[in-house]
Design a protein around this ligand. Sequence first.
Ligand SMILES: [Fe+2]
Length: 343
Amino acid sequence: MKKIPFIALLSVLFLILSACTLGVNEENSITLFTQRHYDTDQALYDIFYEQTGIRVNVVSAGADELMNRLETEGEDTVADVLLMADVGRLHMAQERGLLQAVQSEALEAHIPANFRQPDGYWFGLTLRARILVYHPERVSEAELSTYQALTEPQWQGRVVTRTSTNLYSQSFTASMIAVYGEAQTRTFVQGLVANLAHAPRGNDRDQAKQVMNGEADVAIMNTYYMGRMLNSADPFERDVAQTLRLFFPNQETTGTHVNLSAAGVTRHARNVEGAVKFLEFLSDTQAQGLFASANFEYPVHPDVELDPLVASWGTFRPQDINLALLGVHARHAVIIMDEEGWE
Ligand SMILES: [Fe+2]
C-alpha cells in the first residue's frame, strides 16, 4: 500500500521532467508568419526539423494582417520570420521597422544579389514573371514585343490588367521607373490606360478569363496563375490555361518584370539563429525545387531545375535591376498611376 504514493510521486516527477524537456524543445523552434498555405511547404518544414531539430510553427494569414499583427505585438511577438509574396510588401515591412538585417554567407551564395535586399532585411526565395497572356486566334506571337508596344494604336480596347490598388500593378509600374525613369513611365501608363478594354476589375485569373471570353485579347498577369489554372478543379479555368498562350515581353530590350516571394527575420525575433538557418535551408538546392514548384514559380537558386510545366513556358531574361527598387519606387508608381487615370 505504501508503494502507491511512491509510484504517484514518480509519475509527478516524470511529468515535471517531460515538461522540462518540452521547454527545451520549445526554445528550439521558430514561428513563421506566412502568406503561403501549401501542403508541400509543410513537408519542407518537416525535413528542416529532421535536419536541424528546429520546429517550425506556422501562422498563415494575409500580408496586411501579418504586418499589423507584428506591429501590434511589438517586442512580445512570437514571429521569427515573415514571408510574403511581393517585394513591395517586404519593403513596407522594412519601412515599418518590422524586420532586422542579417548577414549569412550561405544566403549570399544561394541567392543572386539582385534578388535580395542589399543590407539583408529580406531575401527572395521564389520568382514570378509578369507576362503577356494572349488568345492565339486573335493575336499572333509576332505581333507581341514589349509592354510599351501595347500602347500603340492597334491595341486600343484590347488590353486588360489589374487595378492600380493591386500591389502587383504597383510593383510593375515601380519597375518601369527603375528601368526607364519617371517621364517614360508616365507616357507608358498614359498609353496603357488609353488602350484598356475596360476599367480594371478582378484578380490575375480574371484577366485571363476576360481574354478567353473575348472582352480583351491580351492580359498582363503573373506566370504562375497559368500553372494554377491548368491544375484547377474548375473545368473553365483548365480550358483557359490550355487555350491561352504566354509571352515574355521586352526580351530584346530591358527584360521581363519579375517579382519575388521573399522572407526576412523579424525585428524582435527570439530565435535569430534558427530563423537564419531556416532561410538558408529554403534557399538551398534541396528545398528550392519543391518550394518553387508548389506555386509554379522559378527558384532563385541558379543551379536548381525548373518544374516541368514552368520549363515548358521557355526561358527568359528578367529585368536587370535589384528588386529592392520595386519597393523604393512604389510610392511614385502609385502617384503616376493615379494621375494618369489607372483605376
Ligand atoms: Fe498572386
